[in-house]
Ligand binder design. Structure first.
Ligand code: MG
Ligand code: MG
Length: 255
């Protein structure tokens, strides 16, 4: 079901989004060579707790998952695309990390993701993250009244294909509100003019995922969660929660 939010709901979602942004900033600040992924999860837990927020990730178990998600962040390193479970891995020099985080505050959800490198960055990783930033910006710019979800998909996909990058088929963004995942689905590739019409009060999580090798397929780890590229190439995931308003797209997951 697609839910249109009131101005009061958008204001509440802005506060939830701020908690997500704060958590991601704290995780990024803590990330360094030698730091473990579970330590990054602890950092995010601390920010959520201090804000009085809960995690929509922790204990989340969609139909495909063999076990409930055990953390408040997804930590996807190098060839992991999304949904990486924070484990005993310690970050190494040159790693490319994508961190996804959600929060529920006063009954409203926020969802966002960042990508960054640790230590000495490889130029191709910097280029990948930069292309993803442009894809996200293009998607957000298309999130305007009168457009459809397909216009967002087309904008994101245009940047992905222009860079000869890939994106995992079937994965993308989503409506968001009182729960983290609502309709409609927001694909990362597609044809303009198709899909759900964008109206004021519709809130979408827009989240491009780019694979450096250009492939759209993926493997799933034995943990049932972590998606990886099939060619071992690296990936980047970025996300913002964005409200469609009469005044244009409003990013709710900024600090
Ligand atoms: Mg997310
Ligand atoms: Mg999301």
């Amino acid at each position: 079901m697609v839910e249109i939010k009131s101005d009061a709901a958008l204001a509440a979602m802005r506060e939830a989004g701020r908690v997500v942004a704060d958590a991601l900033a704290a995780v990024r600040e803590a990330a360094a060579v030698g730091v473990g992924l579970t330590e990054l999860d602890e950092v995010a837990r601390g920010v959520l707790k201090a804000a009085g927020a809960t995690s929509p990730f922790l204990g989340y178990r969609p139909s495909f998952a063999p076990v409930p998600f055990p953390a408040v962040i997804c930590a996807s390193v190098n060839d992991a695309i999304v949904h990486g479970i924070p484990n005993g891995y310690r970050l190494r020099d040159g790693d490319l990390v994508s961190i996804d985080c959600g929060a529920i505050l006063d009954g409203w959800a926020g969802d966002a993701a960042v990508s960054f490198t640790v230590g000495t960055a490889r130029p191709e990783d910097t280029a990948l993250i930069d292309a993803n930033r442009r894809a996200l910006e293009a998607g957000i710019a298309a999130a305007v009244v009168g457009n459809r979800t397909g216009d967002i998909a087309h904008a994101i996909g245009g940047v992905i294909r222009a860079g000869r990058y890939g994106t995992p088929e079937g994965f993308g963004g989503h409506g968001i509100g009182r729960s983290m995942h609502e309709d409609p689905h927001v694909s990362n590739t597609g044809r303009p003019g198709r899909g759900y019409p964008l109206r004021p009060g519709l809130v979408l999580a827009i989240e491009p995922m780019l694979t450096a090798g250009g492939r759209d397929d993926y493997d799933t780890d034995p943990d049932g969660w972590t998606l990886r590229t099939t060619d071992g190439s690296r990936a980047s995931h970025l996300e913002h929660t964005v409200a469609i308003t009469e005044d244009g797209p409003r990013i709710l997951t900024l600090r």
